[in-house]
Every structure is written in C-alpha cells, then in structure tokens.
Ligand binder design. Structure first.
Ligand code: KG4
Ligand code: ZN
Length: 341
C-alpha cells in the first residue's frame, strides 16, 4: 500500500510517499526555520502562510521523486493534531481536497504517533510492544506503545518540553533559534562538570519531568556572572545543562522500563538527535542487555515519511476520515481518530 503523507503542524511543510509503513519512496521537507529565526521562534501566522505557498510544490515533488502519479497512490494521510492550528489546517484542507479529487481514503495521523513511527522506517524489524521516550519541541513523554495504535502516556513534562528547555537556555546564552542543535554542538567541547545544576524530579510522579527550574538556574547563573563582570564559558554551561537534561530523561525512562518490565526501548522526536542523549541511552541499555532503537538523524525532526509510516497502521485499524476531518491544536496520544467520531 502506497501512502502519500503530508505534514504541516509547525514550521516544516513536508510530503512523502511511503510503502507498507516501512519503505520511503520519497520524502521532501521545506523548512521555514530561517524566517522564524528573525523573530527568535515560530510565528504562527507566518507559518500558515508559508505552508499555503509550499504545500502544492512540496507534494508535487514528493510524487515526482517517487515516480508516481496521484492515481497510483492508495491513500492520502495528513497530520491533524497536535500543533499550531492554522498550520495544521493548511495540510488538513489540502489533503481533504486531494483525497476527494482522487477518490482515495483519507488517513488522519497524530503528530507524536508519527514521530514514534520514524523508528519503523529506520528499523524494519521493530514491532510493538515497547516503551518510547518522545522528546520534541512541544513534548516530553514516556509512552507505552502496546500496539501500533494503542498507546498510553506513563509520564510527561509538567512545564517545558525538553526541546523547549534546550531552546530557551540556548537563547539565554545568545544562540539563534532553535538553539538546541547549536547547544549540542558547543557542548561537545565543554566540561559537563563545570557547573553544578539540579536534576529536578516531580514528587509522587516518578515518570514526569520538570525542566523549567533547570532553565531558570542557567538564566540566573548568566545574570549573576554578568552583574559581577565575570566571563562564563558557554561551552561549559552548555555541556553542564545538556548533561542535566539528559540525566533527567535517562533516569525516568530507565525507571519506567524497570517498573514495567519492558526491555525494548525506543526514542523519538527532534531532541532524539541530541548526541549525548543518543550515546547515554544506548550505553545504559547496552549495560543492561536491553534492546534500544532510535531514528536515523534525518528522521528525528519533523518530516512526512514518519507520518506515512504511522498512517499505514492507522488505516489497518480503521482510522479513516471523511470530509468532516478537522485539525486539533491539542490531542492526547492515546486517542485514535475513530474514538473522536
Ligand atoms: O520534533 P521537532 O522537530 O518538532 C516538534 O514536534 O516540536 O523538535 C524540535 C526540537 C527543537 O526544540 C530543537 O531545538 C530540538 O528539537 N533539537 C535538539 C537537537 N536537534 C533538534 N535539541 C537538542 N539537541 C539536538 N541535537
Ligand atoms: Zn515534531
């Protein structure tokens, strides 16, 4: 089954063709990041406008790269939640038009489920059940993936998402948006022991995260140094901050695996590109003899191939939409489209 998938939940307009949930026939991503950088973050109104401009050429390119016409596609899939509502609506409305015009089934896909499915593309042998750490700009979740469309959240952030924490701390250090990537690079040359930062936990909720205190600690350190006229090594501060975030993520994820007895661990989302997080989780799982999977770097950030992978399993579970499909800014990962009807 060949699925044409569209993604427009944030600042990337993407289209891809994926076969049987596992094979990428084409994948095109048009990023708006350069434009949003001017404002220090994503401007929703600009994002919607750029999606409207890019959605047609990006889709045409995805079909051309796959060497297929619309009539040779078996279904159209689209990210319908969660995300920026105006941005999502561009993809949803375009996908509805395509599906209607071509007479193909329309498959709505949850963005975070798509991030998890990126792993099905990198690791064709991977099958649920497994435990997944989802770390992106908007989410930090520990998800129990019982089956492809049966997911539940064991833990989540109480305040900032991991990517958001990276971006805010990086911004405080003067790095351009999105600072997570730049901070990761700089941290490689820094000393992670140079600054003593907390490893916050949430009382009574072992798997939940809290990153806002950590971010504030960094901002306070920078302010104090500035007031005293002291120089701070941003490489050392980046390394110390990155280590603290990664330690919190690792601690809760490993604990969830210990408690549930699940020995297959998976990571997903934009922050799964973080080099320390990749090394540390791999090592912790290796030491324990547990299986560990993460997406290849090109599939960590937002793309449509991962949505096409998840769409295959949503279709098999009967999660197909009609022209009533609407976008949703927020939607829990445990809700399937069929549950909403
Ligand atoms: O999954 P994603 O592309 O978009 C959302 O669904 O949010 O995640 C984007 C986030 C941004 O906050 C970005 O700074 C972060 O992922 N990110 C990183 C790295 N690469 C991307 N954070 C830390 N280290 C990285 N190497
Ligand atoms: Zn994302």
């Amino acid at each position: 089954m060949r699925i044409l998938a569209l993604e427009s939940s944030c600042d990337e307009t993407a289209a891809a063709v994926v076969e049987d949930g596992r094979r990428v026939l084409s994948s095109v991503v048009a990023s708006q990041v350069e434009e949003h950088r001017l404002y220090g973050g994503v401007v929703p109104e600009i994002a919607s406008r750029r999606h409207s401009e890019a959605v047609v050429p990006v889709t045409e390119q995805a079909l051309a790269q796959a060497g297929l016409s619309l009539s040779q596609i078996d279904a159209v899939a689209v990210t319908y939640a969660p995300g920026l509502i105006g941005a999502l609506l561009v993809g949803v409305n375009f996908a509805k038009g395509l599906a209607l015009a071509a007479g193909k089934p329309l498959i709505p896909v949850h963005h975070i489920r798509g991030h998890i499915a990126a792993n099905y593309l990198t690791h064709p042998e991977l099958q649920p059940p497994f435990l997944c750490l989802v770390v992106s700009g908007g989410h930090s979740h520990i998800v129990l993936v019982e089956d492809y469309t049966k997911l539940s959240v064991l833990g989540q952030t109480r305040d900032d998402a991991a990517g958001e924490a990276f971006d805010k701390a990086a911004r405080a250090m003067g790095m351009p948006y999105p600072g997570g990537v730049a901070m990761d690079k700089l941290a490689e040359s820094g000393n992670s022991q140079a600054f003593r930062l907390p490893r916050p936990s949430v009382e009574g909720a072992t798997y939940d995260f809290s990153f806002s205190g950590l971010k504030t600690a960094v901002i306070n350190l920078l302010h104090t140094a500035r007031q005293r006229g002291e120089e701070i090594s941003t490489a050392d501060l980046s390394a110390s901050f990155r280590q603290a975030v990664v330690d919190c993520l690792t601690r809760n994820f490993i604990k969830a695996a210990e408690d549930t007895g699940i020995r297959k661990l998976v990571m997903a989302g934009g922050v799964s590109a973080n080099s320390l997080l990749r090394r540390q989780l791999q090592e912790e799982c290796r030491k324990r003899g547990w299986e560990f999977y993460m997406p290849e770097l090109s599939l960590c950030g937002d793309n449509a191939a991962m949505m096409g992978a998840q769409a295959y399993y949503e279709f098999q579970a009967g999660n197909v939409a009609g022209m009533e499909l609407n976008a949703r800014a927020a939607l829990s990962i445990d809700r399937s489209y069929g549950d909403l009807l």
